[in-house]
Design a protein around this ligand. Structure first.
Ligand code: SF4
Length: 404
């Protein structure tokens, strides 16, 4: 294992690995069960936090600016779980009301009791998995709520005092389902959320949908419809006053996700729970995905780490390009060398980017090509930084298909 750097994270992710059942498109680290073992989860999370703090030599409790409880289905844990979690972590991590504390919730289990219990514990932001308001698509996805579920969950959130609620929506579902994406966007806006996150449907190999697609039983949206739906979401949500501040995220002014910006700006963050990923620059580390394996390791005093890697200069360069270009912060053009300037000019000509205040920002058309453009930018930045080395390696790179 490499020497661990001493950075003290100011952000924490905690994973809840339980869902009542698995959705058709999901390959997340979750285990299907109706009554999750809340106390065993709290014990395991606290046990991992203790182990981590000892290993890292943090000494005093971390002071956190953002906390994100994701899943899985955190709302399955019930009204008392967040207060209990905060108490259990207090010896090693603390946060106050100024911190952004987000919990993910699903409409069917985010009851008024859960909403009140979480708000009383200090949770101040909810991320609600609505996905669609089209009944046949909800059933096809395997979701447990009906079309009225998100509105009921919103009522519960508002009544409990939440003034920062995000809605998740999925686009690019099979056309045979007859889902009207424009109608879903309007119905989401009627809830008056502060934030919207989009997910483009993909067929992950480990999800039931991956098997259906592999067997030719299901067909996802083609590239043109995927792009049309993405652009419709951009136009509809920006027209309603949202800022499209990251490739998949829209926020009312001043209500962007602070926690996600920690990921996108390369800041350190701690993570607890099965399948969670942490970053202690330059070390990235991830946990075993299985809840049973995770719990067994913690109870027998073994770290739940499944793997780790040091982000080297090359990987770091590509990641930096990808992270900077995915938000509206964009790529800093000062300093920029000839290769970056040439690339930027080409992107501007094709309306893939614009340049303002010394930063190159992708347009919504550019965001549709984010992965490829990030590879091009990383190659150009490397060429500017190391021109001699890059010229010598040019043949090898072009043969492997990497951009320059
Ligand atoms: S609720 Fe979310 S985490 Fe759970 S199975 Fe469905 S998509 Fe996966």
């Amino acid at each position: 294992m490499p020497d661990l750097p001493s950075a003290r994270p100011r952000s924490l992710y905690v994973h809840v690995p339980f869902c009542t059942r698995r959705c058709s498109y999901c390959d997340f680290a979750v285990q299907a069960m109706r009554d999750p073992p809340v106390d065993a989860w709290l014990d395991a999370i606290a046990g991992e936090m203790r182990m981590l703090a000892d290993e890292r030599g943090w000494g005093s409790p971390l002071r956190l600016d953002t906390v994100y409880i994701g899943g899985g289905t955190p709302s399955l844990l019930g009204p008392g779980a967040m207060a209990a979690l905060r108490d259990r972590l207090r010896p090693w991590a603390e946060w106050d009301d100024a911190a952004e504390w987000t919990c993910e919730a699903n409409p069917e289990s985010f009851t008024p009791e859960v909403a009140r219990g979480w708000r009383a514990a200090g949770v101040n932001r909810i991320s609600l998995g609505a996905q669609t308001f089209h009944e046949p698509t909800l059933r096809w996805m395997g979701r447990l709520h009906g079309v009225d579920g998100p509105a009921r969950a919103f009522d519960a959130a508002r009544a409990a005092g939440f003034d920062n609620v995000s809605v998740d929506l999925i686009f690019g579902v099979p056309s045979r389902l007859g889902r009207d994406w424009g109608d879903d966007l309007v119905r989401a806006l009627l809830l008056e959320p502060e934030h919207v996150s989009l997910y483009g449907l993909t067929a992950e190999a480990a999800a039931p949908l991956g098997r259906w697609v592999g067997e030719g039983r299901e067909t996802l949206a083609d590239e043109d419809r995927y792009a049309d739906e993405y652009l419709l979401a951009h136009n509809t949500l920006c027209g309603a006053g949202f800022e499209h501040y990251e490739v998949s995220n829209f926020g009312r002014p001043g209500l962007r996700s602070r926690h996600n910006f920690v990921y996108w700006t390369g800041e350190p963050y701690a993570a607890l729970g099965p399948g969670s990923h942490a970053f202690y620059p330059p070390l990235r580390r991830w946990n075993v995905r299985s809840w049973d394996d995770y719990r067994d390791r913690i109870t027998s005093g073994r770290p739940p780490t499944d793997g780790e890697e040091v982000v080297d200069e090359d990987t770091g360069g590509l990641e930096r390009a990808w992270l900077l270009l995915r938000t509206d912060q964009g790529w800093p053009m000062e300093p920029a060398g000839d290769a970056v300037r040439r690339l930027a000019a080409g992107w501007r000509d094709r309306q893939l980017a614009d340049e303002r205040d010394g930063r190159l920002r992708l347009t919504v058309e550019g965001w549709l090509l984010l992965d490829g453009l990030a590879v091009q930018m990383a190659g150009a930045a490397e060429q500017d930084a190391r021109p001699t080395l890059v010229r010598a390696a040019a043949g090898a790179r072009s043969a492997s298909g990497a951009a320059g």
